[in-house]
Design a binder for this molecule. Structure first.
Ligand SMILES: *Cc1c(COP(=O)(O)O)cnc(C)c1O
Length: 386
């Protein structure tokens, strides 16, 4: 289905609600039945019928259809956060005694799920450098049930060869799951490469306006039903109908936003790469990126994130550079309308916390929807201080 059709029309049964162009927010926790027969019939399928909003809600259901189609998946679930989506998808596919192979440096709370929460229930893990399929293959054990990928990750952007990972996992009966937040479905559709489950922090590009926290799981009907029947319904981490409606409003401009963000970020990456005060720029779309060829093979574009290493001989110089920036907000997260900077130096000298292992001269930028030249002007004047 065409991207435009998905974002503008799919799932919207307008005749059901006065031909309204925007879908209604069905802000109801439960749904009533006229007869016991209808009641009984509804319970044959809690995921599709309208019984109770923890299981299914008409507003959320429209969003589910759009998200599934965006990832070329059969179905999707919407959760209260990206972390919730990751946890539901992972927990649904492991039992005590099982083992997970996960790429190095996944999203921080994914790492805690694997290293702190799941070991309490007898699930073990191995982290591997996923840039080389051989490392992944070597880490697989007879009890490995899940291969967890994040390609690219959201700080240093290492990639995995999705097709090679999917083929390897299939040959060993292992489920594959990928965090596709970085690319969004506009630039990468892992299911087309043979990956089983796609998760998103919809907080980032899918909603795209820095005003909703939301997570998404996309997969086969069978897998979605399996997650729904146990983890989704018991852990209960659902989104509100109102937030689902906001995400749909965000989705209307998904393609525009992601492409704008990507084009501006690429322009800025090229500018920074040629700047004498910048030691290195890490951006998957630059030919200098070590896995650039793989990026071009499996992605249609890169998105708005990039990292730089400043040529600074002290953390104070990095701080001075940061404090001169006027047009970037200091904040975590990304994928919204606003440009952001996240200096690794901010994770040094936090009382009661060990210093980051990421070098202090690394800064991650997220390029939002502003004029890239206006952002470059700001970088230019801030770099003068170094
Ligand atoms: C933000 C993020 C998450 C977590 O999503 P939340 O919506 O914040 O729970 C997971 N993966 C990646 C890559 C992220 O950037």
């Amino acid at each position: 289905m065409h991207l435009s059709d998905i974002l503008t029309h799919l799932g919207e049964d307008r005749e059901q609600y006065f031909n309204a162009v925007a879908p209604p927010i069905v802000q109801s926790s439960n749904f009533a039945f006229k007869t016991l027969d209808e009641f009984r019939q509804a319970f044959t399928n809690e995921l599709e019928n309208h019984i109770y909003t923890r299981g299914n809600n008409p507003t959320v259901a429209i969003l589910r259809q759009k998200l599934a189609a965006l990832e070329s998946a059969e179905d999707a679930l919407v959760l209260a956060s990206g972390a919730g989506a990751v946890a539901n998808a992972v927990i649904a596919n492991v039992s005590a005694g099982d083992h997970v192979v996960c790429v190095d440096a996944p999203y921080s709370w994914t790492k805690i799920l694997l290293t702190k929460l799941l070991p309490r229930f007898g699930v073990t893990y191995t982290f591997v450098d996923g840039r080389d399929i051989q490392h992944i293959e070597n880490a697989i054990q007879s009890n490995t049930k899940l291969l967890y990928l994040e390609s690219p990750n959201s700080l240093t952007f290492e990639l995995q060869d999705l097709e090679a990972c999917a083929n390897l996992a299939k040959s060993k009966g292992i489920i594959t799951c990928i965090d596709n937040s970085y690319c969004s479905p506009v630039f990468q559709q892992p299911i087309k490469h043979g990956i089983d489950i796609v998760v998103h922090s919809g907080t980032k590009y899918l909603n795209g306006h820095s005003d909703v926290v939301v997570g998404v799981i996309c997969s086969s009907k069978e897998m979605i039903q399996k997650i729904f029947d146990t983890e989704f319904m018991t852990l209960g981490g659902i989104i509100s109908p109102h937030d689902a409606w906001l995400v749909m409003r965000g989705l209307r401009t998904l393609e525009l936003r992601v492409k704008r963000s990507f084009e501006s970020a690429f322009k800025i990456a090229q500018y920074l790469e040629s700047h004498p005060k910048v030691e290195k720029v890490v951006d998957t779309w630059l030919p200098s990126f070590p896995q650039h060829e793989l990026a071009k093979k499996q992605m249609l574009g890169a998105g708005g994130l990039l990292s730089i290493y400043l040529k600074a001989d002290s953390i104070e110089k990095v701080e001075a550079f940061f404090h001169r920036l006027q047009r970037f907000l200091l904040a975590v997260s990304w994928g919204g309308h606003e440009s952001l900077v996240l200096p690794s130096a901010g994770f040094y000298n936090i009382p009661g916390r060990p210093d980051s292992t990421t070098p202090w001269n690394l800064l991650r930028f997220y390029i939002g929807l502003e004029d890239p030249d206006w952002l470059i002007e700001d970088l230019e004047q801030a770099l003068e201080i170094i």
